[in-house]
Design a binder for this molecule. Structure first.
Ligand code: PHE
Length: 325
């Protein structure tokens, strides 16, 4: 081959082997195939030659032209659908649009955070069914059929006599039936109530139940654990108040309030020493075991901590709300 043509062929092949974008390919086209390209320079040179020399040079230059054009087309299709380079307004160096990622719902976040605190206090997280029997939701929890406190808890019954649980206290019974003390569990989950929906009520919400049972578990253990928990969750200087209350399944029982700026004392959870009748219902001997239990509303806590004014916001799947957490 003609040495001039051969030099250019080597150079062009090398260039093309490094082309990995449509920008670089365009550079290649301008340098080797365009009007002012080196290949065109060869064609100009051809005009100055005569006879056999001209014939041989012409064959070589045309062969190179064909080769480079074919190689250009091949590269172009292998770079695929990449946009043409020189289109005005297209900046290939700009970052792409990231697809938006999902995130954890604020209720789940609150449950995870609370579970984390109790995990560090040695409490194991357990689950229980949302569809229950009257035994687990009422009878075993020392709530007899005709007890007035059933009214606020009477929920949605199935035709087979089961019901949607109205409290996570059902899980206390299930765990005690299945295991022997010592026990330290928390049980988060949904509960259902015959409540009209408004800014602070919902027919469905989330609770976290806690239960500790051992040979000797006193009310001061209950106070100590709940103090630790509430100060971990709301801050070390949180003021806490225990108020006498009534629950059928604990005796004595309390409601626990925290002091909230502007709003005063706010009820945050119910608790108490496990009632002997509850121990009897699960086959424990009330003379040889003691325990405490507590139950808290997850939405309530999430609303307080984040300043959320309406419980319905949690359930509407509005991205403008959910994206803030
Ligand atoms: N189950 C009670 C409720 O739903 C809360 C509670 C749980 C109270 C455990 C005492 C002990 O209101």
């Amino acid at each position: 081959m003609e040495p001039m043509v051969e030099d250019l062929a080597r150079e062009a092949r090398q260039f093309l082997s490094r082309v990995d974008s449509s920008i670089a390919l365009e550079d290649f086209r301008i340098a080797y195939l365009g009007k002012k390209s080196k290949l065109n320079g060869l064609m100009e040179h051809l005009k100055t030659l005569q006879g056999e020399e001209r014939r041989l040079f012409g064959i070589a230059a045309n062969a190179l032209k064909k080769e480079l054009e074919a190689a250009f087309e091949e590269k172009k299709s292998s770079l695929g659908t990449e946009r043409p380079v020189s289109r005005p307004g297209f900046d290939p160096t700009l970052a792409g649009v990231r697809p938006s990622l999902g995130r954890i719902h604020p209720i789940t976040q609150t449950i995870q955070e609370i579970s984390g605190i109790f995990r560090r206090l040695g409490f194991e997280r357990v689950d229980g069914p949302e569809i229950e029997t009257e035994f687990y939701n009422f009878t075993a929890l020392n709530i007899p059929l005709d007890h007035p406190s059933r009214d606020g808890f009477d929920t949605f019954y199935t035709s087979s006599g089961q019901l949607l649980r109205s409290q996570t206290s059902t899980v206390q019974i299930r765990v005690m039936q299945a295991r022997k003390p010592p026990l330290r569990i928390i049980a988060p989950g949904r509960v259902y109530r015959p409540d009209a929906v408004d800014a602070s009520h919902s027919f469905m919400f989330h609770q976290i139940e806690g239960l500790m049972v051992d040979e000797s578990v006193t009310f001061s253990d209950l106070k100590g654990i709940l103090h630790l928990f509430l100060r971990e969750l709301f801050g070390a200087d949180t003021k806490i108040r225990f108020r006498p209350h009534f629950f059928p399944f604990t005796e004595p029982s309390v409601e626990v309030d925290i002091r909230w700026a502007q709003k005063g004392w706010l009820e945050i959870l119910g608790a108490g020493a496990v009632h002997p009748n509850v121990f009897k219902a699960v086959g424990y001997d009330p003379k040889s075991v003691q325990g405490f239990a507590f139950g808290l509303g997850v939405e309530r806590i999430a609303m307080l901590r984040h300043g959320i004014p309406d419980i319905r916001l949690f359930y509407e799947n509005d991205m403008r709300f959910l994206e803030q957490f």
